[in-house]
Design a protein around this ligand. Structure first.
Ligand code: KG4
Ligand code: ZN
Length: 350
């Protein structure tokens, strides 16, 4: 089985071909970081325009690397949401055009499901598993029961954790994207110098909150006056430690809850751009070891946005006969577990 995947939901323009032996046959990825850096964040209109300019060429190159023509494919998979609507339209319309012209099935892929299934592209990972999905747009704890079968245990009531990294880096003058910049600065910093809040720590349930922590960093930075490099490093390290504490606490809580529903649960997966963070990985590894669980972290290139995970999710869906028709619409919002209760004000005392 051969599936072409197309990813355009945010600021990566990407195409990849994967097969059912889990080989990535061809892959191209264009990061738009340079285009968005002057604005210290992703500008949706710029993103959509860059997707349009590059997607055809990237698909051609990925197909050429694979040595394949469209006629050789079994399906075309495109991210249809959630994400920035302009970009989603570009990728989905391109996927539809190829599917229609080559008379191949179209599989619309939920970007979050693509992250969720990505570890199965590199490891023999059976369902169910607990997934901590931490990226610039998302911060969720999901019990993954199967393809298209998710139970959301926790989500953020305000900012996503990657967004918090980006905003804190911005106010510390560390540049964009914020996660790697904070991690770099934190290396020489003292994580114990500043006692920052740990929002939601110890609360029942598994929800997250980061906006209060971000505000605390803003007030702390302002109180320092001019920031010398050593103080900046100490703030970055203290922030990173607070985030790691919160993520570890919420994940431990989710693991305990998930095991009530699914006693045999043995795998904890962390995916999304923030999964690249070594402090977080170390904390989760310790947590998994204490809970007799295996921690699975996909390689960095599969953790951040990419098209191989979209092609793979498309292939997993195709195997189950889950294909879509050409009328499928892009969806800016597309929850993986539509039955999950809303999380607004979760854990906040009335
Ligand atoms: O998954 P991703 O590439 O894109 C989406 O948001 O979907 O994640 C990007 C996010 C950014 O917020 C970035 O700052 C964060 O992941 N990130 C990190 C690290 N590398 C990337 N956060 C913390 N530590 C890192 N090393
Ligand atoms: Zn993503």
């Amino acid at each position: 089985m051969l599936v072409l995947g197309i990813e355009t939901s945010c600021d990566e323009t990407a195409a990849a071909v994967v097969d059912d032996t889990r080989r990535i046959r061809g892959e191209r990825l264009l990061s738009q970081i340079d285009q968005h850096r002057p604005y210290l964040g992703v500008v949706p209109e710029i993103a959509a325009r860059v997707h349009i300019e590059h997607i055809d060429r990237l698909i051609e190159e990925a197909m050429a690397e694979a040595g394949l023509g469209f006629a050789d494919l079994d399906a075309v998979a495109a991210t249809a949401g959630p994400g920035l609507i302009g970009g989603l339209m570009v990728g989905l319309m391109t996927g539809k055009a190829i599917a229609a012209a080559a008379r191949k099935p179209l599989v619309t892929v939920n970007h979050l499901e693509a992250h969720a299934l990505s570890p199965r592209l590199v490891a023999d990972l059976p369902f169910p598993y607990l997934l901590l999905l931490v990226s610039g747009g998302h911060c969720q704890l999901l019990l993954v029961d199967g393809v298209g079968r998710f139970r959301r245990l926790g989500t953020t009531i305000d900012d996503a954790v990657g967004e918090a990294f980006d905003k804190v880096a911005k106010l510390l003058g560390l540049g964009y994207p914020g996660g790697p910049a904070i991690e770099r600065a934190a290396k020489t910093g003292n994580p114990k110098r500043f006692a920052l809040p740990r929002p939601m720590l110890g609360r029942p349930g598994c929800h997250f909150s980061f906006s209060g922590l971000k505000t605390a960093v803003r007030l702390l930075a302002a109180a320092q006056g001019t920031l010398d490099p050593a103080t900046t490093a100490d703030i970055a390290a203290s922030f990173q430690a607070a985030v790691a504490d919160v993520l570890a606490d919420r994940t431990a809580q989710a693991l305990a809850l998930a095991r009530i529903a699914t006693p045999g649960l043995r795998h904890l997966v962390v995916a999304g751009g923030v999964a690249a963070n070594q402090t977080l990985r170390d904390r989760l590894a310790a947590l998994a070891a204490a809970a007799a669980c295996e921690l699975v972290v996909p390689p960095a290139a599969l953790c951040t946005d990419n098209a191989a995970m979209v092609a793979w999710a498309g292939l997993e869906r195709l195997r189950l006969g889950l294909v879509d028709d050409l009328a499928a619409a892009p969806r800016a919002r597309w929850p993986l577990d539509p039955d999950a209760p809303p999380a607004a004000y979760a854990g906040v005392k009335a």
